[in-house]
Design a protein around this ligand. Sequence first.
Ligand SMILES: N[C@@H](CCC(=O)N[C@@H](CS)C(=O)NCC(=O)O)C(=O)O
Length: 113
Amino acid sequence: MVDQNVKDRIEQDIKGNDVVLYMKGTPVFPQCGFSAAVVQVLSTVGVKFKGINILEDPGLRQGLKDYSNWPTFPQLYVKGELVGGCDIVREMYESGELQSLLADKGVATGANA
Ligand SMILES: N[C@@H](CCC(=O)N[C@@H](CS)C(=O)NCC(=O)O)C(=O)O
């Protein structure tokens, strides 16, 4: 059961921003290697994203696990949908699937971002 206020905040963020990364630390100063790896992938792809530091908010940290039924961070959302964590994002990047997903969803990358 996700607290309604937390749920509203999550939905505001993931629906109001094309790409959102819930992570430990910030994009400039990640505080976990898994989060740092996803920041690195997103930077390489050249996509703009909103990074949200769950270490600053225990309610959000737990709420996200319940909201998406996903127990760990980072969590990457594109156009309101959970894509996955570090392993999935890395695999999708290496296979080109991440780039295709972003293109299919109309999210600008590279020089167009
Ligand atoms: N295999 C995971 C690795 C991420 C992971 O294991 N994260 C842990 C440690 S940073 C986590 O978020 N644990 C729950 C928590 O800290 O609330 C992935 O692909 O994202």
